[in-house]
Design a protein around this ligand. Structure first.
Ligand code: SF4
Length: 695
């Protein structure tokens, strides 16, 4: 930590943004000493960090509003009203921990698998995320949680194709001549990469967005290709068809570094542009033109994000797109290839962080977090206790009516570690007050760049809030867990976060705390697969995947139609003719920040964007209250008539807290718990609905 005295008696603390965002910004927190108290007075981006470059997004620029928000939960709370009503009384930490430990012990005596952790990326920190918490649940023998709600379809698809998750460095996009934003609104969810893309644009690069929605990113690109949701794999196969037909192929790269070209070419043969155009709701010339650009504008970089994988065929879609750079030889340049995530480059020491040895040979069942609604009703043995941290499942999990009904079960014991009384916390038997990033220590990898970061605590915890790791440390003591790992401090855990080998050979916690960030040990001109070297079983980019075949899955990329679409389910499509997607609102991050008034005010009220050709026959005008419905549920919001939503597709920017919406509902009322083809992930954007005026 570097202390910088000034006339104002302020200090600057090196920190890291904790949120679920590929940019993982390096932050500088200015702290003023007021008597005994340290008060954070400013957060800013670290100008020395190579991708943050001094800028935070609007959301995290308001982080002080979050930390000092009057609604912060600052004391342990015990439920006094019906579940879901959010009525609590203040209790002491001792009372809360006594009661929780007693209940968990009695459930564990029957079967510890009846206790289920539920967590995701409320913080991306390795200490306040899954370290002490994982140790606690391993020691207990609780159910495992399959953490699928965001990234596993794409992550597993990348692993099966490239052998890992990496791609061009964020900074290298400045040197690309073609940048394709595929299923991503970078301005909302990858702002710093967008800034490198702007540099490329100024140097003459062409920017193309592929997205059913004309997002703010698509509006600023040279071209926007508006596919129907869930048809991305068909489009990628159509591009391959043209590349093969025109012999726009890097034969040398294909011969030396890929597996299964002939089979892939045969598969692509089945996707001529006219057929692809019909599937995707575009023109054949859009397929032809993009294939032409993809070969001639070199190097070309594709920025994939998770939007395209939230459908039945999401894994195959990522596989298909991921094959493109090897066909055209774009991996040869640092500024070419495809980037979904760099998370495979961080050499985390998960065994040290999470201590799976504490399972002592037990093999608990696994609950998929994406189907928690069903699991709360159907799991056998039943779920008797849920410990929720870093997540807000009542708002964010699919098919919310079933999720909420599960959380309302009187026999379910629910503990929620939270900063605010979220939709989920309202169902808790106990709410335990958790610190924000300014109040605790953490260490971070990233999934959009190539740096590790330290988060030093800028201020003391507010009220009686505690870091997640400390809450689990105290719970472990209350449960009688005596292993040494349960008394390790947060700093001791942080110091073990990465192996001291490979890309993190230089990791040293003391140095990282002082400097704030450190680049992985990768070459300055990072081009991960310029000379092949794919860490797959064959050592090649696997167009045909033996690992998928071993799982009994289709080994070649293919187009898997949405569950809910006119070809796969014509009867459903007749009753519910519109495809709904619910991508991130720019001022929210999943469900974080929805309760920050200034950000919510910028976002306005929950709204549904609908194309004039879909609005007119339904008698819907801009500003009308409309009901979006299907067989799973319904919710209401204000209509916005706009051609930003393509015909046949409606857009509900998300994820609103249900209790902050006028009707107490959000888009997950209608989403389903069906899972992706690869990765067991949710299919939020595979969702047919009907829309009508609500009167
Ligand atoms: S949310 Fe993303 S862009 Fe915003 S400060 Fe955090 S890491 Fe940076």
């Amino acid at each position: 930590m570097r202390w910088l005295p000034s006339r104002m008696q302020t200090t600057t603390i090196k920190a890291a943004c904790p949120h679920d965002c590929p940019d993982t910004c390096a932050m500088l927190v200015t702290v003023e000493q007021r008597g005994e108290k340290r008060v954070a007075i400013k957060v800013a981006g670290d100008p020395t960090h190579p991708t943050t470059r001094g800028a935070l997004c609007t959301k995290v620029s308001r982080y002080l509003e979050r930390t000092y928000h009057p609604d912060r939960v600052l004391h342990p709370l015990k439920r006094v009203g019906p579940k879901g009503h959010g009525a609590f009384e203040r209790v002491t930490w001792d009372e809360a921990l006594d009661a929780i430990a007693a209940r968990l012990k009695s459930i564990a005596a029957i079967d510890p698998q009846r206790i289920v952790p539920y967590s995701y990326a409320g913080t991306m920190g390795l200490v306040q995320g899954e370290s002490m918490a994982a140790r606690f649940f391993h020691r207990l023998g609780a159910s495992h949680l399959d953490r699928t709600i965001c990234a596993t379809a794409g992550a597993e698809a990348m692993n099966h194709t490239l052998g890992t998750r990496t791609g061009p460095a964020m900074e290298a996009f400045a040197d690309s001549r073609l940048i394709i934003f595929w299923g991503t609104n970078a301005i909302a969810s990858n702002l710093h990469l967008w800034s490198f893309a702007q540099e490329a644009k100024r140097k003459g690069a062409k920017l193309i967005a592929i997205d059913p929605y004309r997002s703010s990113t698509a509006e600023k690109c040279h071209q926007h290709i508006a596919l129907l949701p869930g048809t991305d794999a068909a489009f990628a196969l159509g591009l391959m068809h043209v590349l093969v037909r025109e012999d726009w192929l890097d034969h040398d790269y294909i011969a030396r570094h890929t597996l299964g070209f002939e089979a892939l070419a045969e598969r692509a043969e089945q996707y001529p542009p006219e057929k692809v155009a019909a599937i995707c709701g575009i023109t054949a010339s859009e397929v032809e033109a993009l294939a032409h650009d993809y070969w001639h504008l070199r190097p070309a970089a594709i920025r994939l994000n998770y939007g395209m994988q939230r459908v039945h065929g999401g894994g195959n879609a990522v596989r298909a797109v991921t094959c493109l750079p090897a066909l055209a030889g774009h991996w040869r340049s640092p500024a070419g290839g495809v980037l979904l995530s760099t998370s495979g480059m961080f050499n985390k020491d998960m065994a040290a962080l999470q201590r799976p040895d504490l399972l002592a040979g037990r093999t608990p069942r696994t609950i998929n977090m994406s189907t928690i609604g069903a699991a709360l009703h159907e799991a056998d043995p039943p779920i008797d206790a849920l410990i929720v941290y870093n997540s807000n499942p009542v708002a964010v999990a699919p098919q919310s009516p079933q999720v909420a009904a599960g959380f309302a079960r009187e026999d379910l014991f629910t503990v929620v570690l939270e900063q605010f009384l979220t939709d989920t916390a309202d169902y808790a038997d106990y709410v335990l007050p958790a610190t924000t990033q300014l109040e605790h220590v953490d260490v971070h990898g990233a999934y959009g760049h190539l740096y590790v970061l330290a988060n030093n605590a800028a201020i003391d915890p507010l009220g009686e809030a505690l870091p997640n790791a400390e809450i689990f440390r105290r719970l472990a003591a209350q449960m009688g867990f005596t292993e040494h790992c349960f008394v390790e401090t947060d700093e001791e855990i942080a110091a073990q976060a990465f192996h001291r080998s490979g890309t993190t050979a230089n990791f040293d916690w003391e140095t990282l705390k002082r400097d704030g960030w450190q680049r992985l040990a990768v070459p300055e001109r990072y081009a991960p697969f310029a000379d092949g070297g794919f860490p797959t079983a064959s050592g090649n980019c696997e167009f045909i995947s033996s690992s998928l075949a071993a799982l009994g899955l289709e080994p070649l990329p293919d187009y898997v139609p949405p569950y809910e679409g006119p070809t796969s389910n014509p009867e459903l499509a007749r009753r519910f003719p519109l495809a709904m997607i619910s991508p991130p609102a720019r001022n929210f991050l999943n469900s974080s920040f929805v309760n920050v008034e200034s950000l919510r005010a910028t976002e306005g009220e929950p709204s549904l964007e609908i194309h004039p050709v879909d609005a007119q026959p339904r008698g819907i005008a801009s500003g009308d209250r409309v009901r979006v419905r299907n067989d799973r549920g319904s919710f209401e919001l204000a209509a916005r008539i706009t051609d930003r939503a393509r015909p046949g597709c409606v857009v509900a920017l998300s994820i609103w807290w249900k209790k902050l919406a006028r009707d107490g509902r959000n888009a997950n009322e209608v989403t389903s718990q069906a899972l992706t083809d690869i990765g067991r992930a949710p299919t939020f954007y595979d969702c047919l609905v009907e829309v009508e005026r609500s009167g």
